[in-house]
Design a protein around this ligand. Sequence first.
Ligand code: FAD
Length: 340
Amino acid sequence: MADTDVLVVGGGPVGLAAAIEARRHGLDVVVVEPRPGTVDKACGEGLMPGAMALLREWDVDPAGHPITGISYRSPAGHVDHRFRGTAGRGVRRTTLHDALRERAADLGAVTVARRVEDVRTVPGGVVAGGVSARYLLACDGLHSTVRRRLGLEAPATARPGRRRYGLRRHYRLAPWTDLVEVHWSPVAEAYVTPVAPDLVGVALLGPRGADLTAALAALPELAERLDGATAGPVRGAGPLRQRSTRRTAGPVRLVGDASGYVDALTGEGLRVGFAQARAAVATLDDPAGYERAWWAATRDYRVLTSGLVAWASSPLRGALVPTARRLPGVFGAVVERLAR
Ligand SMILES: Cc1cc2nc3c(=O)[nH]c(=O)nc-3n(C[C@H](O)[C@H](O)[C@H](O)COP(=O)(O)OP(=O)(O)OC[C@H]3O[C@@H](n4cnc5c(N)ncnc54)[C@H](O)[C@@H]3O)c2cc1C
């Protein structure tokens, strides 16, 4: 007899969302997460309207700052689109983690402080990190141990020089906007999210070695906004692009960043990861059903984000914001698609 119905490997936001969803289905859940307490991570911290809708379903309501749309900006000008439906929210990762952790614990999910190093399937289930379970949801992030151990990792396609990384830093000042601003420098994008009444996050996305000081020197509008504000520590992540060959192996499902990731440019990892968590729990006995649901939940994100990153990495990068300005209807349609 297994220790639990569902073993969630990784207690980040997607793992905790999966734990909440599994408890709501009446399943016993153990979450294995090596980092004690509140977990922080390099993230743009923008929760799109679709992510907020799922959090509401789970009765999770983290404090933050409303986000009412997206603005693409370059020294030559800007284009804004305000969401037609409900707002998103900028939320500090630590605030989000606490809110999800508390809800999962209230619902009876058990957390074990441990790092999973090995995974093996056994008759009737799976054993990982010393816990046996009927099903395993691998939510262990970009560099997933479970994905690697089960041979589900697809080789990187981008040449090392073309791989993209992310950095994030917080600035203590009152937000000047309720839009997520994406400032385009010649080599990197500074993704600015209001996250609290006195805090603004800046995530820098670009090639290895891109640094915030150089990016701000090329972005005078943003540099002026941040001038004089106390800056927090820098945290990094990457390479961002990660791929899996498939999302299921026997009783194991890859969920969230562990299942693959395109890029942070469209600020969607959480929305897509939450949708996967819900689909994974709904299809525990139907691996093909999860595979189909995974493709459906990630389709727009994969297509639009890959296309945008390809354009941003091409010699036509400089034309991106001017084109979006000339075609505000197309820009708005893309933002609406990603916000769902
Ligand atoms: C720079 C940057 C900006 C971003 N901006 C946004 C944004 O604005 N909006 C948005 O929605 N998304 C954004 N994202 C994406 C978002 O951060 C991720 O999609 C999200 O964190 C995925 O959650 P997760 O739970 O799958 O993985 P993670 O948050 O990485 O959590 C994985 C967890 O697994 C644990 N773990 C790892 N290995 C093991 C192991 N072997 N055993 C047990 N546990 C393990 C880790 O400790 C961690 O707690 C951004 C990402 C980056 C890098």
